[in-house]
Ligand binder design. Structure first.
Ligand code: CA
Ligand code: CA
Length: 547
């Protein structure tokens, strides 16, 4: 038996050597342009962010719920702190969904703003996570839910108690949008009793703060100071900013106040708002001065990035991005637009990319991540996790991260076992991590290219490049006098040749489509460029620079 094994091992070895030399034979002209470019760590607010739904990422104590120590244990996967290594994803920003004590599994209804939910860990665990993030150059941004609290928040409970027992508003009631009305003021209100109602746009469990009260703002200042100063977080993702405004409060004025107050605590604080609206409202919100808003108009199944891949045609995507960028920068010259495919409230992007397959899924990543601004990867997106398409409940959008598809996680989401409804059609992290042609390998390369070419994130789109071919999509980005051309071939089956006066140096190439030779072996056709003729294989991208 042992001898037989040895024989087959040596046979495989010879086969591997033969295959490798055959592959090298057809690839000997390829020189990876990224090999000679230095990767630098970001020291500003431009980052490659990664959204972690805390319940579902990694469980360190096997109680079936993801936790902070689980995240700390997985940091080397996200970024090992060494820009030279390529085993890690390379992200340098993390957004954690809410971590404060809350009765729900998602914790978007906060009960206590000054602690960590015991299911996720302790403040000591949190401090350790922050320290480990900072050691690796990762900025940590936490979800801050300021539109509403939980109805179990002590201020709200105290207010309700006095309304029910004494039929009057006590000083805690001032924190909330509570008032006496003759009739129910509307669907977004919930009755307490004795004619008193509170605003509750999301659910009766989520009473809304009165954001124009000094009392509330003083309380929020304490919260901001607690996290920014005492626990060294780098910023906040602000939940539901669209609902800040009502008849008492100008939401934009509140945001402006909150940002400038927080800047006094930490001058380089980063804030990104969730204003789930169209482009026009988001552009307007940039007048508040906060750094970023998520660009919902470009995300999701109907968004420009995914559509461009599906149609193999950018369909005015570059012009829309350019217009959006110009308007956001007019309203805030430091605006950093945030592009993403989906988040914890939306169907998983691999679901809506199913029709374009693995190569199309890679292409969508190249398109959105190479757009100027900050990109936000939703955990699991980088391995192509899907959810049961027939199930719309939020839990299915938040399924446990698939670290190893042959050893599925034992994490429950809102006490539901949703692991079986989620799949990693391209394998889990374990299955993809050593394969540079995997989806995970592709994400790593996109991030590496962004870190090698800071102009991509920081620049503005100065010009769409007219390439005279509907499958081609090209634009210039410029930052501090340096210019890059980014060109994508969106055709899934046609190689394209471009002869045009373009920057002369090939700084990066990305190949989303793997070909195969007649024996079925993977063949990667790389773009080629001699300074005058550019050849782009199907579903590929180049970054060209003047040096
Ligand atoms: Ca746990
Ligand atoms: Ca690294």
């Amino acid at each position: 038996m042992a001898i037989k094994m040895k024989k087959s091992v040596s046979f495989l070895l010879i086969l591997a050597i033969l295959l490798t030399s055959a592959l090298c034979g057809c690839q000997n002209e390829y020189k990876d342009p990224t090999a000679s470019i230095k990767t630098t760590k970001s020291s500003d607010k431009y980052r490659n962010y990664y959204e972690i739904f805390v319940n579902s990422f990694a469980d360190s104590n096997d109680d079936g719920i993801g936790d902070l120590n689980g995240i700390t244990q997985k940091l080397d996967y996200l970024n090992d702190g060494n820009p030279e290594t390529e085993s890690d994803l390379g992200i340098d920003g993390i957004w954690l969904t809410p971590i404060m004590p809350s009765p729900s599994y998602h914790k978007y209804d906060v009960e206590n703003y000054f602690s960590i939910d015991e299911r996720f860990g302790t403040l000591d665990d949190f401090d350790k996570l922050v320290k480990e993030c900072h050691k690796r150059g990762i900025k940590l941004v936490i979800d801050m839910v300021l539109n509403h609290s939980s109805n179990t928040h002590p201020f709200f409970e105290s207010a309700c108690k006095d309304i029910l027992l004494k039929k009057k508003l006590n000083s805690d009631a001032k924190y909330y949008e509570i008032a006496k009305y003759k009739d129910n003021p509307g669907d977004n209100y919930t009755e307490i009793g004795n004619g008193y109602y509170y605003e509750s746009n999301f659910s009766p469990h989520m009473p809304e703060w009165n954001l124009s009260q000094k009392k509330t703002r003083d309380y929020f200042e304490e919260i901001a100071s607690f996290w920014l100063k005492e626990h060294d977080v780098d910023g906040f993702r602000l939940d539901a900013t669209k609902y800040y405004s009502n008849k008492h409060t100008d939401g934009a004025e509140f945001l402006k106040w909150f940002y400038s107050m927080a800047q006094k605590i930490k001058s380089d604080v980063y804030m990104v708002g969730e204003n789930w609206t169209g482009n026009a409202e988001i552009q307007e919100m940039y007048k508040t001065g906060i750094d970023s808003f998520f660009s919902f108009g470009f995300a999701d199944a109907s968004g420009g990035f995914v559509n461009a891949v599906r149609m193999q045609n950018q369909q005015n995507l570059i012009k829309s991005l350019q217009k959006f960028e110009r308007k956001t920068h007019d309203n805030n010259k430091n605006a950093i637009n945030c592009y993403f495919l989906s988040n914890h409230d939306q169907k998983r992007s691999a679901n809506f990319n199913k029709s374009v397959g693995l190569s199309g899924t890679k292409m969508a990543a190249a398109l959105y991540m190479l757009a100027p601004g900050n990109s936000f990867i939703y955990y699991g997106e980088e391995i192509g996790m899907t959810q049961d398409a027939t199930k719309d409940a939020d839990e299915y959008k938040r399924a446990p991260m698939i670290w190893d598809s042959e050893n599925l996680p034992q994490i429950s989401v809102n006490e539901k076992d949703v692991t079986a409804e989620s799949e990693a059609p391209y394998g889990g992290v374990e299955q993809q991590k050593d394969d540079e042609n995997s989806l995970l390998g592709f994400y790593k390369r996109v991030i590496k290219i962004k870190n090698q070419n800071p102009e991509i994130s920081r620049g503005t789109i100065t010009e769409e490049i007219a390439l005279g071919d509907q499958n081609l999509c090209g634009y210039y980005v410029e930052y501090k006098g340096k210019r890059l051309a980014i060109i994508h071939n969106l055709s899934k089956d046609k190689e394209k040749t471009v002869k045009k006066d373009l920057p002369k140096t090939l700084r990066a190439d990305l190949v989303a489509s793997n070909g195969a030779d007649e024996n079925g072996n993977t063949v990667i056709n790389h773009p080629s460029y001699d300074g005058s003729e550019l050849k782009l294989p199907p579903l590929s991208t180049v970054v060209l620079g003047d040096e």
